[in-house]
Design a protein around this ligand. Structure first.
Ligand SMILES: *Cc1c(COP(=O)(O)O)cnc(C)c1O
Length: 388
């Protein structure tokens, strides 16, 4: 017998709030979905982007909540992410934004997933697999990542005659929609112009247009007037901005959905001149009280957030993270401020948008954007519903 089978999974103590954990505020999620939907022109629908485990929030929980609230379009990055959603009972459109191997066409069909056609050759190969599939054509209007080039309308038009592929949508992706610099605005407007030139050519050839979509979160926030059938919103749905400072044309009341917490598992006194952690990177300048939290970079908190860059909140006060963030632990200097006790809860990512611990500020201090920070939160963190 395989020794791994001897201990049933049920014996695991998760999910619990003993170590470090994520709390999800589903009310804020539904609020954000409504606010985004209301900001769209009539006839346009929210497509909830739940790739990368719902940006670390738990793709199944997020999608179920949104599905129950009336959202009927979802986007994922991979086939496996799409299958997971279907197996969890998610209804409606599930668009795979990324590449799916051609030989997995039967799974796309079985799970009623809509595949992105990443170029002309890919489309023809997928068609040859012989499974009737719903697809969206991706158009490259300047991002130069995936898609058929906007100035090859005949390539796009010819895909409509493929036998097994039912073309339900055409979309493009904006490369710099988050920026309000004049040159980026000009570039974005050119991308939009190119997209509509292509869709115009398709229409002129006598083909009725399928669903169209261009914008992701910042596309909506900075170009809200576009008339499309969908907006593919990811980061805005989770209520955070990608980077700081973030000025957008639309200023919506979006509320963070995720909170990251941990617990003080050990308190120790360290004498002035003693070091804490790897490489002796932190040396106490005075007799200090240090709290150890069981949270590290393997949980997704970037190592670059250590060494004084970051902080955590305990009992309403912010304390600096000192020394290197380890794989599974970090140290906090709690010498000043209220008495900290074993078991006290520490907040690492806060739900308060104005907090210094908002995802975008934490990400900035760690040298990244909140999209990366959130999507890398580790599998080791249980995802729980926030206890209100
Ligand atoms: C990830 C992704 C999105 C969502 O982007 P956000 O900026 O998080 O809203 C939209 N479209 C495509 C093609 C993507 O890959």
């Amino acid at each position: 017998m395989n020794p791994a089978q001897q201990e049933p999974l049920e014996e695991l103590p998760y999910p619990s709030r003993d170590r470090s954990w994520i709390e999800i505020n589903f009310e804020n999620l539904i609020h954000n979905a409504r606010v985004l939907q209301d900001a769209m022109p009539s006839g346009c629908c929210l497509m909830a982007v739940v790739k990368a485990n719902g940006y670390g929030h738990g793709a199944i929980e997020i999608s179920r909540c949104l599905n129950n609230a009336g959202v009927t379009a979802f986007a994922v990055a991979t086939l496996e992410e799409g299958i997971q959603l279907r197996q969890a009972g998610i209804q409606g459109l599930i668009l795979v934004l990324g590449y799916t191997p051609i030989n997995k066409a039967s799974l796309l069909h079985r799970y009623r997933l809509t595949q992105t056609l990443i170029d002309d050759e890919y489309a023809r190969a997928l068609d040859k697999q012989g499974f009737p599939l719903s697809v969206h054509i991706k158009i490259d209007t300047g991002m130069h990542r995936l898609g058929i080039s906007w100035d090859h309308p005949n390539q796009a038009i010819s895909l409509f005659s493929l036998k097994n592929l039912s073309i339900c949508g055409i979309y493009t992706h904006l490369a710099a929609a988050d920026s309000l610099s004049l040159s980026d605005i000009a570039f974005t407007k050119e991308q939009i112009r190119r997209f509509y030139i292509l869709t115009g050519e398709i229409q002129n050839s006598g083909i009725p247009l399928p669903k169209l979509h261009i914008q992701s979160s910042y596309g909506l926030l900075n170009y809200p007037y576009l008339h499309c059938d969908y907006v593919r919103a990811g980061i805005a749905l989770y209520g955070v901005s990608s980077a700081v400072p973030s000025s957008t044309l639309l200023k919506l009341d979006l509320r963070p959905v995720l909170v990251l917490k941990s617990r003080v598992i050990l308190l120790r006194n360290v004498r002035s001149g003693e070091s804490v952690g790897y490489s002796r990177a932190f040396v106490a300048a005075r007799d200090s009280r240090i709290a150890i939290l069981p949270l590290g970079y393997a949980d997704g908190l970037p190592r670059s957030y250590g060494d004084g860059a970051g902080m955590v909140e305990i009992k309403g006060q912010n304390f600096p993270i000192v020394g290197r963030i380890c794989m599974d632990q970090l140290a906090v200097d709690v010498t000043t401020g209220p008495q900290i006790a074993l078991g006290d809860v520490a907040t690492i990512l806060s739900e308060r948008p104005e907090s210094l611990l908002s995802a975008s500020l934490v990400a900035a201090k760690a040298g990244t954007i909140s999209n990366e920070l959130l999507s890398r939160l580790g599998k080791r963190l249980p995802v729980l519903e926030s206890s209100l």
